[in-house]
Design a protein around this ligand. Sequence first.
Ligand SMILES: [Fe+2]
Length: 278
Amino acid sequence: MELRTITPFIGMEVGGIDLREPVGDADFALIRHALNTHALLLFRGQTLTEADHVGFSRRFGPLLTHVLKQFLKPDFPEVYVLSNVVDGGKPIGNHKEGWNWHSDLSYKAEPCLGSLLYALETPPEGADTLFASMHAAYEALDGETQKRIRSLKGVHSYATYYGKAFADRTPLSDAQREAVPDISHPLVRTHPETGRLSLYVGQDVVRGIEGMAEEGDALLAELNAHAIDPRFTYRHVWQPGDLLIWDNRSTMHCATPYDDEKYRRVMHRTTVAGDRPF
Ligand SMILES: [Fe+2]
C-alpha cells in the first residue's frame, strides 16, 4: 500500500490496494490515521460489489441508512444510490443531490463520521465533486473571529435544505419531517480523534445562528463564503472505479452539474455513523 498527498491541506491517494480483499489491521490503521489527518482518501481502479463496498465501509464503524428509502439498494439498504438513470419509469437513485456546500447528515443530532462514495458510471465531462478543508478554513480566520464564533451554534435543518434543493418535488411527508427535526451544532467543531478545530457550517442546510437574527444571517453568509475559498478546496474529477472516503467532521463538499440528458451517472454511497459535534 502506498500513500501519496493530493494537496497540502486535503486528500491522500491510497495505491497498491484491492478493496475486494480484506484489509489487514496494520494497513487499516494507516488508512484510518490518514483519514483523520488528510480528511479525504482516494482509491482508484476498484471493482467493488455492493457487499465489498459495505464490508470495507463497516471497518470505519456502524453504517447508517438514508431517510429517502426509495433510493436504497433492496439487498443492501446501507447503499444509497445517486443517479440520473431511470429504469422502467422509475429513477434508480437520487438525482441533483448535494449541489450545495455541506457536510453529510449535518442535520442529524449525531452526523456521520464519513461517507464512502463509489463511482460505477461517470460522465466524461462535468459532475466533479469539490471538497473543502474546514480545518484550513477555521485556521485561516483571524483570531478575533475565531474567538467570537467559538461559543455560537448553527441551526441545521433538513426541511430547509429539502425545500430549497427540491422545490419542484413532493414536499416531505410528516413522518420524513419528524425523522429529521432541526438541530443546533457548534460553529466550531473539535475533531474527536485529533482535537483539531474546524469550521462547521453549510449552505442551505444551516438556516441561522441560534439566538441571532439578521446579524446572525450576515455572519453565517460571511463564514459560508470564507469556508469555500479556493485556498481550501480540491476538485475531484471522477473516473469509474474511484472510491472516495471523506471525513465529514472536518470537510464540506459540493456536487457540480453535468449534461444529464446526454450522460449517465451511477454512484453508490455508504455512510458511517458518527457522534455529536462538540
Ligand atoms: Fe454529500
